[in-house]
Design a protein around this ligand. Structure first.
Ligand code: AMP
Length: 113
């Protein structure tokens, strides 16, 4: 059994509120939402972070962003949204399986914390 939390979610071993699934990507609602819409979009295949996926499979990295924008459209976020890939310790990444946060449903502030 994989020790990676998000690999286990891809495998269906941990229940989530899934909003999209293809052969390549899975999207599900964050367990601790930071906005009215907070969805995580992850590749089914394990890559540790944004650098790993963009170095090894840039097409999949692009498809991850495409999936996030597709979810944004499906969630009705026509007014705008934020897509974030926290990367590494200084980036605030806590789960070592690359994931795009899709945040929307409220006005975002800048700079982020
Ligand atoms: P990050 O801090 O950028 O690595 O983001 C990890 C995200 O995963 C956090 O926003 C967590 O709330 C979220 N998360 C952790 N465990 C789960 C889970 N079982 N289901 C949904 N989201 C989760």
């Amino acid at each position: 059994m994989s020790q990676c939390l998000f690999c286990r979610i891809v495998a269906g071993e941990i229940p989530v509120d899934e909003v999209m699934r293809t052969d390549e990507v899975v999207a599900f609602r964050d367990i601790a939402p930071q906005a009215p819409v907070h969805v995580l979009v992850i590749p089914a295949k394990h890559y540790a972070d944004a650098l790993a996926i963009s170095s090894s499979d840039p097409q999949l990295a692009g498809n991850l962003i495409k999936a996030a924008t597709d979810v944004a459209t499906a969630e009705g976020l026509a007014g705008g949204y934020r897509i974030v890939l926290n990367t590494g310790a200084d980036g605030g990444q806590t789960v070592q399986h690359v994931h795009a946060h899709l945040l929307g449903g409220r006005a975002m502030k800048w700079p982020p914390g």
